[in-house]
Design a binder for this molecule. Structure first.
Ligand code: TRP
Length: 450
C-alpha cells in the first residue's frame, strides 16, 4: 500500500513546510532590499499567483495522477518514452540543493545554541562589539570543524524524521512545527512593529516606487517565487503522490502559496522596521549577512537579547528542517520505488552520502580552501548550478510536459478534481501552464547568463 498523508491539515502543513524555508526568511528580504523594495514585492506577488500557482498545479496533477516518485510518475504517465529523464534531473538537482541547504541549516542550529549559551553576544577577542558579529559569523561559518558538528546534528534529525515515514514522520512533525513557526513569526512581527521609528521600514516595504521596476527586477522576482514555492525539482510531485485521490488540488495550491507569501511578508515586516529603527540601513544587507550579522546587531540593542535571539534562530532552524526533509524525500521515494528498498535503507542511502558532500561544501568556505570550481567555492557553485540552472530548466520541462505532452483531458480531470470544480478557472490555469509560464521561465534562465 502506497503511503498517504492522512488529513487535509497534514497535506497543507507538510507542503507549506517544504515551501517555507530559508528562501522566505533570508533570501526574500535580501531580494526586496536589492531590487527596490515595494515595487519588487508587487511583481513578486503577481509572479506567485500568475506563474507559481499554475506550475505548482502542474506538479500536483502529475504527482497525484502518477502516484509514484519523481521518475516513476513520468514512466507511468508516458510509458516507454524518455520523459522520465525530467524526473531524474529533478532528483539530481534536489540532491545538490540538499547538500548545501543542509550546511546553512547547520548554521541556524549553531546560532540557536550560541544564542542560548550567550556566546554569540560576547565580544570576540581583539574586536569591539561593533564589528564582532561579522567576526562571529566567520568564526562560526568559516572555521574547519565547528560547523560540521551542527550539520551532522541536522542530518541526524532529518534521518530521525524521515525514518518515521510519510504519516508518522513528515506529516506529524509538520503538524507540530508549522503552527509553532507561524506563532513565533507573529510574535516577532509585533515586537518589531512596536519599535520606535518602525514606520520607516513599513513604508519602504509597502510604498512602491514604480520607476524602480526594470527587467532585472521582474526576473529576480520570478526566480525568487519559484525557489520559495519549491517548484521544479519533483518535491511537489513526490508530495502530491501522497495526496489521497479525493484531495483538492486547486485549494491546496492556493492555500500553500498564500501561506508562503504570508511568511515572506511577515519577514519583511520583521526585518525592515528593525533595521530602520536601529539605523542599520546602510550596512551591507545581503543574503547571509542580513540574518547572521545585521539581526544579531538588532537583538543586541534590544532588551531580552538572549530570548529574542534564541527564539529567532529556533524559528529559522524549524523552517530549515521542514524544507530539508521535503528535499530529501524526493530521493528517498525514488530509492524506495525504483529499487524496492525498505524505507530505512532508502533513508540511509540518501542521508549518509550527504555527510560527505555537506562536509566538503562547508569546508570549501574555510579560509584558503582549495575546494573551488570555476573560481567559486564548492558551496557557491552548487547553489548556482542547482538554483540558477537546474531549477528553471526543470520547471520549464515540467510545464511543457504537463501542458503539451500528456493528454489535455487527463490534466483537466486532475485540475478540476474529477469535475468537481468549475472548469473555466482550470482552463485558464492550463492556458498559463501552456502559454505563459514557459516563455517567462526561458526569460529568467537566459537573463541569468547576461
Ligand atoms: N522552498 C524552500 C525555501 O523557500 C526551499 C526548497 C525546498 C526548495 N524544496 C525545494 C527550493 C525544491 C527549490 C526546489 O527555502
Amino acid at each position: 500500500m502506497k503511503a498517504k498523508f492522512s488529513s487535509k491539515i497534514g497535506i497543507i502543513a507538510a507542503t507549506v513546510g517544504s515551501a517555507v524555508g530559508l528562501g522566505n526568511i533570508w533570501r526574500f528580504p535580501a531580494e526586496v532590499q536589492e531590487n527596490g523594495g515595494a515595487a519588487f514585492l508587487l511583481i513578486y506577488i503577481l509572479c506567485v499567483f500568475l506563474l507559481g500557482v499554475p506550475v505548482m498545479l502542474s506538479e500536483f496533477s502529475l504527482g497525484r495522477a502518477g502516484g509514484a516518485d519523481a521518475v516513476g510518475t513520468f514512466r507511468k504517465l508516458t510509458p516507454g518514452k524518455p520523459w522520465w529523464l525530467i524526473g531524474l534531473l529533478g532528483i539530481l538537482a534536489s540532491y545538490i540543493i540538499l547538500c548545501f541547504y543542509m550546511v546553512v541549516a547547520g548554521w541556524t542550529l549553531e546560532y540557536m545554541i550560541q544564542s542560548i549559551t550567550g556566546n554569540l553576544y560576547q565580544p570576540v577577542d581583539g574586536t569591539d562589539t561593533a564589528g564582532s558579529f561579522t567576526a562571529r559569523m566567520s568564526q562560526y561559518i568559516q572555521s574547519e570543524n565547528t560547523p560540521l558538528i551542527y550539520i551532522y546534528i541536522m542530518i541526524a534529525l532529518n534521518l530521525a524524521i524521515l525514518l518515521g515515514g510519510v504519516k508518522k514522520g513528515i506529516e506529524r512533525i509538520s503538524n507540530i512545527l508549522m503552527p509553532m513557526l507561524f506563532l513565533l513569526l507573529v510574535i516577532f512581527c509585533c515586537v518589531s512593529l512596536s519599535l520606535p521609528g518602525a514606520s520607516g521600514g513599513v513604508t519602504f516595504f509597502f510604498e512602491p516606487d514604480f520607476s524602480k521596476i526594470t527587467p532585472t527586477v521582474i526576473i529576480n522576482a520570478l526566480g525568487q517565487a519559484f525557489f520559495s514555492l519549491s517548484l521544479g525539482m519533483g518535491v511537489l510531485i513526490t508530495y502530491a503522490s501522497y495526496f489521497p485521490k479525493d484531495s483538492r488540488l486547486g485549494r491546496t495550491a492556493f492555500t500553500v502559496s498564500v501561506l508562503d507569501l504570508l511568511v515572506a511578508l511577515m519577514m519583511g515586516l520583521i526585518i525592515f522596521p528593525a533595521v530602520v529603527s536601529f539605523g542599520l540601513e546602510n550596512e551591507s544587507l545581503r543574503g547571509l549577512t542580513l540574518v547572521f550579522v545585521t539581526l544579531p546587531e538588532v537583538f543586541n540593542q534590544m532588551e531580552f537579547t538572549t530570548l529574542w535571539s534564541s527564539l529567532f534562530f529556533l524559528t529559522l532552524a524549524v523552517a530549515a528542517i521542514t524544507s530539508t526533509i521535503s528535499i530529501a524525500e524526493v530521493s528517498v521515494a525514488f530509492f524506495q520505488d525504483r529499487f524496492r528498498m525498505s524505507r530505512a535503507k532508502a533513508c540511509l542511502c540518501v542521508l549518509l552520502p550527504t555527510v560527505l558532500f555537506s562536509t566538503l561544501c562547508s569546508r570549501s568556505l574555510a579560509a584558503g580552501s582549495s575546494l573551488t570550481v570555476a573560481e567559486m567555492t564548492l558551496f557557491d557553485f552548487m547553489d548556482m548550478l542547482a538554483t540558477n540552472v537546474m531549477l528553471p530548466i526543470g520547471s520549464l520541462l515540467m510545464c511543457i510536459y504537463a501542458g503539451w505532452v500528456i493528454p489535455r483531458r487527463l490534466m483537466l480531470s486532475q485540475l478540476t478534481d474529477n469535475g468537481t470544480i468549475r472548469s473555466h478557472i482550470c482552463t485558464f490555469i492550463l492556458f498559463c501552464i501552456r502559454y505563459i509560464a514557459p516563455p517567462a521561465i526561458i526569460a529568467i534562465f537566459v537573463s541569468s547568463f547576461l
